[in-house]
Write a protein that binds this ligand. Structure first.
Ligand code: SF4
Length: 425
C-alpha cells in the first residue's frame, strides 16, 4: 500500500514540476512515507524524519515532510515531537502536496493536513504513468476498514471503508493494459469486502477477467470472514486469477482469535483453506501471524504453530504484538514479556521455514507459466513470477523483447533460497 502511495506522490509532484532524485543529499525536499502498524515502524519514521532535520540545520532552504499513516495518527503533534518538520500530510490528502510545498517555498508557515476523503471518484486516482517494461502494477479498489480488529490501528489512520465504482476500476485496468501492464494486484485493507453499486468482489473479478490483454489478477489483503463460496469458486475458473492468496490468519487459537476480534475460528479458517485447495490443489497460501497477543498462553501459541503445519503455508510474515494507541487492545495488559515474545517469534520462524521448504520442494519438475518481467542476473536468463508468486529465473532461447510481458511455460529445475530456476518448456 505504501509502495503504491509513494508512486502516487512521485507522480503528483512530477506533474507539478518537481523531479525525483536517487541521491538524497541532492534533494531540496525530503519526504518520509511512514507506517504505524506496529511500534517499530512508528519509531523508525520519527527517527528518520529527525535525521533529516539535522541536515536542515545546515541547509535552511531544505523542506522536510512527514506523510503516511504516522502523519494521520500524530497530526500537528509531529511539530512538537520534532523541530524542523515543515509539513505533515496524511494519505487522503496527497493531492494538496504541490500547493503546500509552493506555500512553504514562499516562506509560509508549517502545514498539517489530515483527515479522510469521502471516497469520490477523484479520490481514487491511480498511478497514471506506466514505466517502460512495467508489467505488473497495483489498483486501489477500497480504502479504509470498518472491521476494527482489536489490535489494528488501520481503521483510525486509513479511515472508514470506501469502495470505488466498479466501472471506473475496469476502465483503469483497461487503460493500464493498453499501456503494457499485464498483471494487476487489486488493493484494499479488506479487499474482498468490496461492494459498490450492487457489484461485490466476486463480480468485480469476473468483470476484470473479461479485460482483453490482462493476463493476471491478484489481490491483497483479503479477510478470511469474507471468503465467500462464490469467490472461492472462481479459482481455477477465471482465466486471470492466480493460484496464490495472502490470507492473514493472525493466530491459531480460538481464544486468541476471539480476543483479537477476528470473528472467525481456527476451523473456519482451515475450512476456507480446504475449499481453496479443492479448487486449486497446488495453491500457494501465505499469511500474517502475530505472536504474544495479550493473554496468549504457551498452549495458544502451540496452536498457532500447529496451524502453520496444517494450512501448509507457502510463506508467512510473523510479528511480535505491540500495543497501538486508539485500538481496543490498547487497554489490555500486555502480559507476554518481550523475551517470551522473541522466543515465540523465533519458534514460529522455524515452523514457517519448514512449511515454506515443504511447499517449494513440490515444485521441481512442475511446469509453471511465468510472466516475463525482466532479464535474469546470468547471461541468457530471463526472470518473472509464476502464478504461485514464486520468482523464477530461467533460460530461454527467445529474445527478451519478444517474450517480455508474456506468459512463458517453464519447467522448474532447481530451488534457490529466494527463487526458482528453470528452463523454457
Ligand atoms: S481487517 Fe485488516 S485492516 Fe481491517 S482492522 Fe482487521 S487487520 Fe486491520
Amino acid at each position: 500500500m505504501n509502495f503504491h502511495d509513494s508512486r502516487r506522490i512521485e507522480e503528483i509532484l512530477t506533474a507539478a514540476g518537481h523531479e525525483a532524485v536517487t541521491d538524497a543529499t541532492r534533494a531540496e525536499l525530503l519526504l518520509v512515507n511512514s507506517c504505524t502498524i506496529r511500534e517499530k515502524p512508528w519509531h523508525k519514521a520519527i527517527s528518520e524524519t529527525g535525521r533529516f532535520r539535522k541536515r536542515k540545520s545546515r541547509d535552511h532552504a531544505l523542506l522536510v515532510g512527514l506523510v503516511g499513516c504516522v502523519a494521520q495518527q500524530e497530526g500537528d503533534r509531529v511539530f512538537k515531537l520534532l523541530n524542523g518538520v515543515d509539513f505533515v500530510i496524511s494519505p487522503d490528502n496527497y493531492q494538496q502536496l504541490p500547493a503546500v510545498i509552493a506555500h512553504l517555498q514562499e516562506r509560509g508557515k508549517p502545514a498539517c493536513i489530515t483527515g479522510f476523503d469521502r471516497g469520490e471518484a477523484e479520490d481514487f486516482l491511480g498511478v497514471q504513468e506506466v514505466r517502460s517494461h512495467e508489467i505488473s502494477t497495483f489498483v486501489t479498489i477500497t480504502k479504509g476498514c470498518d472491521e476494527r480488529c482489536h489490535y489494528c490501528i488501520v481503521p483510525s489512520v486509513r479511515g472508514p471503508e470506501r469502495h470505488r465504482d466498479a466501472d471506473r476500476i475496469v476502465a483503469e485496468v483497461r487503460g493500464l493494459v493498453k499501456r503494457g501492464v499485464r498483471e494487476v494486484t487489486l488493493l484494499g485493507q479488506k479487499v474482498n469486502a468490496y461492494a459498490a453499486g450492487g457489484v461485490d468482489f466476486a463480480e468485480l473479478l469476473r468483470r476484470l477477467d473479461d479485460v482483453d490483454g490482462l493476463l493476471r489478477l491478484r489481490f491483497t489483503s483479503p479477510h478470511p470472514r469474507h471468503m465467500t463460496d462464490d469467490l472461492i469458486g472462481l479459482y481455477g475458473r477465471l482465466r486471470t486469477l492466480c493460484p496464490a492468496i495472502h490470507l492473514p490468519v493472525q493466530a491459531g487459537s480460538d481464544r486468541v482469535l476471539a480476543a483479537m476480534g477476528r470473528r472467525y475460528t481456527r476451523a473456519d479458517y482451515l475450512r476456507v483453506v480446504e475449499k481453496l485447495r479443492a479448487r486449486e490443489k497446488d495453491m500457494a497460501i501465505s499469511t500474517d501471524l502475530i505472536v504474544g497477543f495479550p493473554g496468549e498462553s504457551q498452549r495458544d501459541f502451540e496452536q498457532t504453530l500447529s496451524l502453520i503445519g496444517e494450512a501448509g503455508f507457502s510463506s508467512a510474515f510473523s510479528f511480535m504484538y505491540s500495543p497501538r494507541p486508539g485500538t481496543a487492545a490498547w487497554d489490555l495488559h500486555d502480559d507476554v514479556p518481550l523475551v517470551e515474545k522473541e522466543r515465540r517469534l523465533a519458534a514460529a520462524h522455524v515452523v514457517i521455514d519448514a512449511s515454506e521448504r515443504r511447499f517449494r520442494e513440490t515444485l521441481p519438475g512442475t511446469r509453471q507459466d511465468v510472466l516475463v518481467e525482466g532479464k535474469g542476473r546470468m547471461p541468457g536468463q530471463l526472470t518473472g513470477r509464476a502464478g504461485n508468486f514464486q520468482i523464477v529465473n530461467f533460460t530461454c532461447d527467445r529474445p527478451f523483447d519478444e517474450v517480455c510481458g508474456r506468459l512463458v511455460p517453464v519447467v522448474v529445475t532447481a530451488i534457490n533460497p529466494n527463487s526458482l530456476e528453470g528452463r523454457m518448456a
